[in-house]
Structure formats: C-alpha cells, structure tokens
Write a new protein. Structure first.
Length: 274
C-alpha cells in the first residue's frame, strides 16, 4: 500500500485546448494536482512544469491563472474546485512587476488588502516581510531593491493576494548560486506554510526544479498512429510524474541520490524527443 494519502484536488485542468487564428497551441489537456499527504510532513504541492521553448507553457500558465480563457475546457481551483477567476491565482512573472511609485511595504499592503480587512492585512504584511527577510528594506522603492529582493517581494506579493495557488515563471533564471539556494528555501517555506499551498514552477532548469517538486508535468507533442506529430501540445498521462510515489519528492539532499540523477537524465531525454 502507498505510504501517501490523497485528499481533494486543488487544481484540475479538463479538456483544455487553445488555438490562435486557427493554429492549435494546446490540445486536450487533462491534469490534476491532488493534495498529497506525506507521512510525517505537512507540506503543500510543488509541480515542475517543463517543455521546449515556444511550446505553450506561458499560454497554459495564463489560462491556469484565469488571465485568458481557453478555446475549450475548464480550469478549477481550490478545495471548492471553482472555475478560476483572475486574481485568485498568484502569477510571478519573469520581470517581477511591482508598483514603482510605492515602497516595498506599500506594494505588499495593496496586495494584502485585496484579500484581508485593513488590520489583518497589515498583520499579514509584517509576517511576510519577516519571513522573506525583507523587513529592513520595507521603506525602499522597487528600483532600489536588488534582483533577489525584488523577486522575494514579488513572490510575497502574489502569496498575499492569491488563494493558495501560485505560478512561478522561470524563477531561477538570472540568479547566482547563492540566490538560487535562497529561493529554493523560500519555495520550501511557502509550501510548508500551508498544506494547501501549491506552487507550479515553469522552468528550463530541470535539475533545480525537479529537486523541489513532488509532481512533474511535461508539455509535448504526441504522434498519431502514422507517426505524424499531432497539432497542439498536450500533457500526456505518461508525462505526469508522481515523484512522491517514486521516492523522489523533495527531501533534504535528494539531488545527491543516484536515482535522482538518472531520473533527471530521463526527463531531459523525454523533453528532447517531445
Ligand atoms: N496572443 C497570441 N497570439 C498568437 N499566438 C500566440 C499568442 N500567445 C502565444 N502565442 C504562440 O503560442 C506559442 C506558445 O508560446 P508560449 O509563450 O506559451 O511558449 P513557451 O513554452 O512559454 O516558450 P518559452 O519557454 O520560450 O518561454 C508560440 O508559438 C506563440 O507564438
């Protein structure tokens, strides 16, 4: 018997397809993130989301965030499994957009007030400033923050106003090794804050992302019976990996294990072939 128990879904994609001007970008995507409970651990879910450049990862993210409506299919989020609406899913984009004319503190407060009453919002902001090591920079404007500080601020901002689900678009690109380590800690921290927190990481950094993940999705093209590539990328069932079941879900030093290295090579090969 599996040592894991599965609770309710926190994200469901059902029959999601997207075309632009007759060009099929995404086709029939069915995928689900369940709240997996691991023995001795209270942790949310981290999904690594891979695919070759230009295949449709950003389009699918915007669909999952409710920012664009798919041509077909539905996205449901949260334990209530409500159709996604803009603003409920956090989306940290590559440039970490913040309001330039507001201090770091005020940027976070604006986000928190979208979800909380004024007193609770102020309290939440203090908690996040502390947790993300930003308290001493609270009065600075975004232009005066370092890249890593801006990124932490953008993640805190999206967490403050979203309902548990947060998408990180290429979070590791352009960071030095120390900042990557720091961000990995923050992602683990985010998921341990609440069992329902779900982080989807869109990344070309397979090694770093796989080490943090307990689930992987690989977006790729499928071939029909005649060997021809079908139009539109999809996440095939065999490309939805449950790392918890494989013993490779995030734990201290998972990257040092030989099975982890072999699995990362396998994933890279699958991406090359897709
Ligand atoms: N609004 C749009 N109108 C027409 N085509 C679009 C639109 N948005 C995206 N596309 C097309 O959809 C395809 C997928 O783009 P997307 O940005 O999702 O790729 P990606 O997998 O995120 O790539 P990368 O890893 O390089 O960021 C591309 O061919 C792109 O040109």
């Amino acid at each position: 018997m599996s040592p894991y128990s599965y609770k309710e879904p926190v994200l469901t994609l059902e029959g999601v397809s997207m075309s632009y001007h007759g060009e099929v970008i995404l086709r029939d995507i069915d995928a689900q993130v369940l709240d997996v409970v691991r023995p001795g651990m209270s942790q949310g879910q981290v999904v690594g989301f891979y695919g070759r450049s230009g295949i449709g990862k950003s389009v699918l993210c915007r669909i999952m965030a409710g920012l664009i409506t798919p041509s077909q299919g539905t996205v449901r989020v949260g334990v209530e499994q409500q159709p996604v609406v803009p603003g409920t899913v956090g989306f940290v984009q590559q440039r970490y957009p913040l309001f330039d004319h507001r201090t770091l503190h005020d940027n976070l407060l604006v986000a928190a007030q979208r979800k909380h009453a004024p007193a609770a919002a102020r309290e939440q902001v203090e908690t996040y400033l502390e947790r993300f090591c930003l308290t001493q920079h609270r009065k600075k404007y975004p232009a005066h923050l370092s890249g890593g500080q801006r990124q932490r601020a953008a993640i805190a901002q999206q967490l403050l106003c979203s309902d548990h689900l947060i998408l990180l678009d290429e979070p590791f690109s352009g960071l030095d090794v120390a900042m990557i380590d720091e961000l990995k800690k923050i992602i683990v921290e985010v998921t341990t804050m609440d069992e329902l927190n779900t982080v989807i990481i869109i990344s070309h950094d397979i090694q770093t992302t796989t080490a943090l993940a307990d689930r992987l999705w690989l977006l790729g093209y499928e071939r029909d019976a005649a060997g021809q590539l079908s139009p539109g990328a999809t996440i095939a069932k065999e490309h939805q990996y449950n790392l918890a079941e494989m013993g490779l879900a995030w734990h201290e030093n998972v990257e040092a294990e030989p099975e982890f290295g072999q699995f990362v090579e396998h994933i890279k090969e699958e991406i090359r072939r897709s």
